[in-house]
Design a protein around this ligand. Structure first.
Ligand SMILES: Cc1cc2nc3c(=O)[nH]c(=O)nc-3n(C[C@H](O)[C@H](O)[C@H](O)COP(=O)(O)O)c2cc1C
Length: 215
């Protein structure tokens, strides 16, 4: 451990790849998000659509990674099991935060907002586009519940494969999409000597107010 601790305490990386200034901002943070997202794709960032989703119940935050599947004009859509831990937490408190870190671009985007279930038809359409094995998996997994062993999961997969043999797999009612509607964005661009650029967008009625933040 002491080797690892010595390495992580001393491995210092300086950020040199870009700057974010008032001129390069957009009035609408979704526009800047899309611009940065395209740049992440161009730069071959590994899975730029994977983000940390944080929920909080009883003042206890918890995070997990999920995949962003659609960027709407007013929100970000991901898919999951509505009955898993995150689904239950969202039912209790629909204030969530998202965090994207794109190391290759030395960028972080932090988003806060409220999350809502999308229309069932939209979940149906996305579910239908998934590979069959993932569709079966959505039926087989009681997400976040404890399970005896891996074999039990495989047996459940076999059960649902048999059940839906020779037919399309319907969307499980407990599986679908959520849309996160932001009221706060923060764009972070790493700079030298830890003097990073940070711009916060805060929604006030219909208008986005912009502030530069100290690093
Ligand atoms: C790269 C990556 C992508 C993931 N994408 C999803 C996803 O889109 N939906 C999902 O339910 N879980 C996804 N997971 C699994 C979640 O991180 C998590 O384990 C699962 O959703 C259960 O979380 P919960 O117990 O908080 O509900 C992903 C994990 C990783 C590492």
């Amino acid at each position: 451990m002491s080797d690892i601790n010595s390495f992580i305490a001393n491995d210092r990386k300086d950020f040199t790849k870009g700057e974010l200034n008032k001129q390069s901002l957009e009035e609408n943070p979704f526009k800047l998000f899309n611009k940065w997202f395209k740049e992440a794709l161009d730069k071959m960032v590994i899975e730029p659509y994977a983000f940390h989703l944080s929920t909080a119940v009883n003042n206890k935050p918890t995070s997990r990674v999920v995949y962003l599947r659609t960027i709407e004009d007013n929100g970000f859509v991901f898919f999951t099991n509505y009955k898993g831990r995150k689904g239950k937490e969202i039912e209790t408190n629909n204030n969530v935060s998202m965090n994207f870190f794109w190391a290759e671009k030395e960028r972080q985007i932090r988003i806060e907002g409220r999350v809502f279930k999308i229309e069932p038809e939209a979940s149906d359409a996305y579910f239908a586009s998934r590979p069959r094995k993932s569709q079966i998996g959505a039926w087989a997994s009681n997400q976040s519940e404890s399970i005896e062993d891996y074999k039990t999961l495989e047996e459940r997969v076999l059960y649902f494969e048999e059940k839906f043999k020779d037919q399309d797999v319907p969307r499980p009612p407990h599986w679908g999409g959520y849309i996160i509607k932001p009221n706060y964005f923060e764009f972070w661009q790493g700079r030298q000597n830890r003097l990073h650029d940070r711009f916060a967008y805060t929604l006030d009625e219909q208008k986005w107010n912009i502030d530069r933040l100290n690093p």
